[in-house]
Design a protein around this ligand. Structure first.
Ligand code: HEM
Length: 221
């Protein structure tokens, strides 16, 4: 057996394994254009709508997993984002934001995979949980700052509440504890390897959403 697999903490393995995909997601054309201030607020709103579909799948699924021995410890109310996304969307789109709202095909595929893991494979759900929430607590803060500056949202106010974790005053400490949860995950080496593969898939699903958003908002048009 590969000795690094048994001695390296799982939180390190999962971070290292997804590093390449992280760079790819981070440097997608859509993200670059949006964070470079080259897109209008409509693009940001459309992106926020996609997040709403993804977080509904994550958080609808979470309820049934609260008592699950593997995924249960990860389900923490202070992470939940659906209510914040709905407030942001009301601000961005108005009270009727739900009317006629459809996910992009890539978003529908992403949400369907999250829901499938929540239903059938709790350990796989952890991969999706990690990819979104730990990212939101990290790079999400950079996105918030840029969105506030670019489109004039009130600091930590409506429009960017998704990025504000009111009940997590110390994100660095929270992330440390989250990594401890990952390190203690109740799974054997093979299952951990599968979780890592699912994490890579989660990143690819995010990148696919960015790609489709980039097609909807091409700079050259
Ligand atoms: C422009 C967009 C992005 C920026 C600027 C960004 C930036 C960052 C930064 C600076 C960290 C390191 C935080 C630390 O060391 O504690 C981080 C971590 C992370 N990001 Fe991103 N990120 C972006 C997009 C994404 C996307 C699209 C995803 C996936 C959906 C993602 C998922 C993650 C995850 C899971 C971590 C935690 C890694 C770990 O410590 O285990 N990020 N991000």
């Amino acid at each position: 057996m590969d000795s690094t697999a048994t001695t390296t903490p799982f939180s390190t393995l999962i971070r290292t394994a997804s590093h390449e995909q992280h760079t790819e997601a981070e440097s997608s054309t859509f993200m670059g254009d949006m964070l470079g201030g080259r897109l209008g607020v409509d693009a940001y709103a459309r992106y926020t709508e996609q997040l709403w579909f993804v977080y509904r799948a994550l958080e609808d699924g979470a309820q049934a997993l609260r008592e699950d021995p593997v995924a249960g410890p990860f389900i923490q109310p202070e992470l939940m984002r659906t209510a914040e996304l709905e407030r942001d969307l009301t601000h961005l789109r108005g009270g009727e934001w739900r009317e006629g709202l459809e996910p992009l095909p890539a978003t529908a595929a992403y949400a369907a995979r999250v829901a499938e893991c929540a239903r059938e494979w709790p350990a796989g759900y952890i991969a999706h949980h990690y990819t979104r929430y730990l990212g939101d607590l990290s790079g999400g803060q950079i996105i918030r700052g840029t969105a506030e500056k670019t489109w004039g949202f009130e600091r930590k106010g409506d429009g960017v509440r998704f990025y504000v974790f009111e009940q997590i005053p110390n994100p660095a400490a929270f992330k440390r504890e989250y990594r401890e949860l990952l390190d203690a995950v109740d799974a054997d080496e093979l299952e951990k390897q599968r979780i890592i593969e699912e994490c890579k898939r989660a990143f690819a699903l995010n990148t696919a959403v960015f790609r489709e958003l980039g097609e909807v908002f091409p700079l050259s048009a």
